[in-house]
Design a protein around this ligand. Structure first.
Ligand code: CAA
Length: 264
């Protein structure tokens, strides 16, 4: 069975919701949760390839916290070698999220601090509740972000804003996260999960190969010079004309009917 005591997994209409649930520690990420996430994302990749899952929503249990960071109690006595392994495992989860051929959306209510902010950043985009609080407070603990915060945050909000957040350890609210482009939408807490799932379901109705290609090209192109990135787009655009989904999508438009995409 998928999921564990601290990681709940539910599927509905080809949208998978993964909930990190350690409420007593504000859903902090210990090595067990990281290993569980890696396993769930492995399974999700297989389910996506089989057409069973077409979007993933990542959230935290309760309204107080998405994830309040990597687990400080678990990290306190780590050696350099163990810390390296822990950071590699956290990065592995980030890479697995980015590498999924389906969209991943973080639904952030309450604290998204340290590893929590980094986990949200590894998703394709973030919806936030009005009570969300984002930050990279690692310098207060004598360390730096270890699950991608120094890199993904800078790419999302710009180098100077990422430097300010990572160097001060300050926390920002949902309105500020929206203003700087860290969150895409801010919603009342009760509407956060339904609205995020609604967006996931909307994307799940689109041509799955096109969605996967759009995600792949956007992510891959972001790190490339523009000419190379544009070349990637041309190849992906052309390649989609060899798919049944392209024939179906365009025939449905011209026939004034709803497309029935098969993901092939
Ligand atoms: N790790 C372990 N336990 C944590 C935790 C964390 N990151 N965050 C909160 N908790 C625990 C608290 O220790 C507390 O446990 P007890 O009840 O057993 O004492 C419980 O969750 C509730 O927390 P608080 O009583 O502190 O709740 P609060 O409302 O007063 O404060 C908070 C909330 C501001 C988020 C505060 O808990 C806090 O500052 N947490 C730490 C945030 C942080 O520094 N995160 C970064 C971690 S380092 C990291 O993530 C490295 C990386 O990049 C990989």
């Amino acid at each position: 069975m998928l999921g564990t005591d601290t990681l709940l997994v539910s599927d509905d209409a080809r949208v998978r919701v993964v909930t990190i649930s350690r409420p007593k520690a504000l859903n902090a990420l210990n090595p067990e949760v990281i290993a569980g996430l890696a396993q769930v994302l492995d399974d999700t990749a297989a389910a996506a390839r089989a057409g069973q899952v077409r979007a993933l929503v990542l959230t935290g249990a309760g309204e107080k916290s998405f994830v309040a960071g990597a687990d400080i109690a678990a990290m306190a006595d780590m050696s350099e070698g163990t810390a390296r392994e822990f950071a590699r495992a956290g990065h592995g989860v980030g890479e697995a999220l980015a590498g999924l051929p389906i969209p991943t959306i973080a639904a952030v209510g309450g604290f998204a601090l340290g590893g929590g902010c980094e986990l949200a950043l590894a998703c394709d985009f973030i919806y936030a509740a009005e009570n969300a609080k984002f930050g990279q407070p690692e310098v207060k603990l004598g360390v730096i972000p270890g699950f991608g915060g120094t890199q993904r945050l800078a790419r999302r909000v710009g180098l100077a804003r990422a430097l300010e957040l990572c160097l001060t350890g300050d926390t920002i609210d949902a309105a500020e996260a929206l203003r700087i482009g860290l969150a895409n939408r801010v919603l009342p807490a009760a509407e956060l999960l339904p609205a995020t799932i609604a967006t996931a379901k909307k994307i799940a109705e689109m041509g799955p190969v096109a969605v996967a290609e759009a995600k792949r090209v956007l992510h891959a192109g972001a790190g490339l010079p523009l000419a190379q990135a544009n070349a990637l787009e041309i190849e992906a655009f052309a390649g989609l004309f060899a798919t049944a989904d392209q024939k179906e999508g365009m025939a449905a438009f011209l026939g004034k009917r709803k497309p029935e995409f098969r993901g092939e």
